[in-house]
Design a protein around this ligand. Sequence first.
Ligand code: NAX
Length: 327
Amino acid sequence: MATTITITGAGGQIGYALLFRIAAGDLLGAEEHVRLRLLEIPQGVKSAEGAALELQDGAFALLDDVEVTDSADTAFDGCDLALLVGARPRGPGMERGDLLAANAGIFGPQGRAIAENAAPGVRVTVVGNPANTNALIAASAADGVPAERFSALTRLDENRARAQLAAALEAPVASIRNVPIWGNHSATQFPDVSHATIDGRPVRDALAERVGDVPSWLEDTFIPRVAKRGAEIIDVRGSSSVASAANAAIGHARDWVRGTEGWTSAGVVSHGEYGVPEGLVSSFPVESVDGQWRIVEGLEIDAWSRARIDASVAELVAEREAVRELL
Ligand code: NAX
């Protein structure tokens, strides 16, 4: 049996970077056949159809079928995994509240279409920004689907954080583990090195040998570099992150289905863990066990970290307030 994967915004940039890797088996492995459902708005259908032609030309052994549609009901019919990438970008003069409301108009109906059409065990990864609150909106609209089946992508932030530590320590990125992102996928996010290790040794100790004053380096160099990396990419590349975002989305969805060794980061619904208000979709350190995200509990949080987590969570609370009527 093939797995049905629905990708929204499939005619866009991240969609294009995702499709071929999924068809090549990077998400589900080299044994699992996939069926792709590509959802676009009418203006984006041609672009998605072009990608579908190229998928055909890829002659991927694992790809059973591709369908392009502008109907959410069709796109989510029998969906096992959804990657919600298509979103409304901020237009000129648009306030944050307008942006949140415009996206609620996308993610609410998509949540309902998922509830009505998707397979019972559906898992939904939200990539489109503002990702945390879009996930909250979709989950709230998906009657009968547990909120735990929705999560928001903060893996790109985590990958950026691990890569920055690897560069500072002149070490392979794979040697660095346990660098969770807390809070919102936004400039307020908190990339946390308190529990991070390099080859099993605390990263903070290794940093002290390299950068001297670790708290200043974290505050003035590391955190801003990670939090503003998206803007840096736009500056240098002239366009936003695409392949790295697709890579992160595949890593997130793959780990969700296939499990993790150690921690990663994901925006998941809070049940009050670490004082994050219940119901918010906030990024936490998570593990994936038996196909479900589990928040890593019992970590010690010092006052400096607490203040940063609280600031990002306060932003999520404000976002939820801005869309409360639509939930
Ligand atoms: P593009 O503008 O290239 O593509 C978006 C596509 O979505 C377009 O083809 C558009 O027609 C389609 N779309 C819009 N509304 C839709 C709807 N209601 N249903 C179906 N399709 C719809 O943007 P791209 O560079 O692909 O980025 C997509 C989203 O990812 C953006 O919201 C972006 O901000 C977000 N990102 C999130 C990241 C994360 O870590 N969570 C990182 C990368 C990226 O910035």
